[in-house]
Design a protein around this ligand. Structure first.
Ligand SMILES: CC(C)(COP(=O)(O)OP(=O)(O)OC[C@H]1O[C@@H](n2cnc3c(N)ncnc32)[C@H](O)[C@@H]1OP(=O)(O)O)[C@@H](O)C(=O)NCCC(=O)NCCS
Length: 157
């Protein structure tokens, strides 16, 4: 088996804790962080998870279930948490959860969640096979099961 099709654990590609301080140029007119800014960073980080898992270039095919649950303000720290939830033949679902961290109170608030579907492509931009994903922890196994249900919905759209 070629090295880049070796089945991989979720932990081999996950990003557990990517911190980003919110600056004035990240804000909308209401002085809370702009949704588009959050999506841009989430897309870039999800692409890294997809590239780590597939060891190939990947393109964004689908973004769904975007939900902004709570606003974040200047000087707060956003923490991006991402992992591959499931891989199929050439595509994979990457889950993203974003929280804010209050450094003094040491608590976290859920800000947003979403799912990206990435497709690995070869040098001609043709979809190319990717490794199977090995979920280990209970939470990873739950996401792995639920990803198949979401994919069925996406394939109808
Ligand atoms: C992604 C892309 C290469 C796929 O090309 P394609 O010819 O449609 O490829 P396929 O039909 O073989 O599908 C590729 C994978 O996407 C999956 N897919 C296609 N439509 C889907 C949908 N609606 N929902 C979920 N998965 C879908 C297929 O099931 C397949 O995955 P699998 O091999 O794991 O089963 C092509 O659509 C593309 O280049 N899109 C633009 C990507 C881009 O520029 N992104 C940046 C955003 S600006």
């Amino acid at each position: 088996m070629v090295e880049n099709l070796r089945p991989k654990k979720v932990s081999e590609s996950a990003i557990d804790n990517y911190p980003m301080e919110i600056f004035p140029n990240d804000l909308n007119p209401l002085k809370t962080v702009a949704g588009g800014r959050v999506l841009e960073i989430a897309d870039r980080l999800a692409a890294i998870v997809a590239r780590r898992h597939s060891q190939n270039n990947c393109v964004t095919l689908f973004l769904d279930s975007v939900r902004f649950l709570s606003p974040a303000k200047e000087a707060e720290i956003l923490i991006f948490k991402l992992s591959a939830n499931r891989s199929w033949v050439t595509s994979m679902e990457i889950g993203v959860k974003i929280v804010t961290e209050d450094i003094l109170l040491k608590n976290q608030r859920h800000v947003a969640s979403m799912y990206f579907t990435f497709v690995a492509v070869d040098s001609n931009n043709i979809p190319t096979p990717i490794p199977q994903l090995i979920p280990e922890k209970e939470e990873e196994k739950r996401r792995f099961r639920e990803a198949n249900k979401r994919r069925k919905q996406r394939l109808k759209s």
